[in-house]
Design a protein around this ligand. Structure first.
Ligand code: NAP
Length: 284
């Protein structure tokens, strides 16, 4: 199929008005010399079929998917990338010959963010913790397996969801994956992925930082933390981890790497992540 003269890209989910994706992909289009726009499609379940028809029909050329549709839209795809199948969720839809192919670029986004932050992979063969049991936590489990974690312990506010995720990931991945209470999950950990929404709400920031400090002191003294929350650039859980004298970063790296991969899947163009990081930071 020939390249569109004007790229129609966008994000489907709800709520999405806070999303940074229009800024990131707007910058990516400009840097690639492509004409186009990236729109927000705020849809509940009712509006999805019509949107998918415009995608299949070539009116929209690519979509990102976010809460609450990542799992539902996986079932509407005509084909799935193996990583999306492992995660059980899609965050990027690409059209190929009128067929919708579902990808999960969060996995590679997180892997690349971790490996560029800590190239020596100190978590290799060691105990790693995933805090959370939603979509981001699922992607984190697959990423940790791919980058050589020794075992994965999942903990979550709703314990049952952690247990279900551990069971699912044990079946799908060749790595020991268990669920545990939060204190035990952090104890002696070498790498923590903070994949809950803790810290997103401005009013709770101090409490979150204090809680993070209490949990991170239980980890191995050389433990690393990646908090997937990306606004502010150093989110409160990461602030608390640093107060416990652990190396900690926020989720901006993952955000730009997953976007870079999605943009490449749609357009074939690779945009430098430093440029994407700059535009997000300028608006944070
Ligand atoms: P999700 O599917 O809605 O899952 C939310 C998770 O947060 C659940 O585990 C939930 O626990 C937990 N949670 C919510 N409020 C909590 C609280 N007050 N205390 C403890 N746990 C709480 O969302 P998601 O897609 O996984 O996203 C999770 C976070 O990762 C969000 O902040 C999102 O912005 C971030 N994220 C970042 C990137 C990136 O590129 N950096 C990519 C994806 C997601 P329950 O099961 O008990 O409700």
């Amino acid at each position: 199929m020939s390249e569109p003269a004007f790229w129609n890209l966008g994000l489907v989910g709800s709520p999405i008005s806070h999303s940074r994706s229009p800024i990131i992909h707007g910058a990516a289009l400009k840097a690639s010399g492509l004409s186009g726009e990236y729109l927000l499609y705020e849809r509940d379940t009712d509006g999805l079929d019509e949107l998918l028809d415009t995608l299949r029909g070539g009116v929209i050329h690519g979509l990102n998917v976010t809460i609450p549709h990542k799992e539902t839209l996986l079932r509407h795809c005509d084909e799935l990338d193996p990583l999306a199948e492992l995660v059980g969720a899609v965050n990027t839809l690409v059209v190929r010959d009128g067929r919708i192919v579902g990808f999960n670029t969060d996995v590679q986004g997180l892997e690349t963010a971790l490996l560029s932050q800590w190239p020596s992979s100190p978590w290799r063969s060691k105990r790693c913790t995933v805090y959370g049991a939603g979509g981001a936590a699922r992607a984190a489990c697959v990423a940790l397996r791919n980058i050589g974690a020794g075992e994965i312990v999942i903990t979550n506010r709703t314990r049952k969801r952690a247990q279900e995720l551990a069971r699912l990931m044990s079946q799908r991945l060749d790595i020991r994956c268990t669920a545990s209470n939060t204190h035990d999950a952090f104890r002696d950990s070498s790498l923590v992925i903070q994949a809950t929404s803790l810290g997103v709400n401005n009013r709770e920031q101090e409490n979150v930082a204090q809680r993070a400090k209490e949990l991170m002191v239980l980890t191995d003294p050389a433990c690393l933390l990646m908090d997937l929350v990306y606004s502010p650039a150093l989110p409160p859980f990461a602030v608390g981890a640093r107060a416990a004298e652990r190396q900690a970063v926020g989720g901006l790296g993952m955000l730009v790497y997953q976007a870079q991969r999605a943009f490449q899947l749609w357009t074939g163009k690779v945009v430098t992540t430093s440029l994407l990081e700059e535009v997000v930071l300028a608006t944070t």
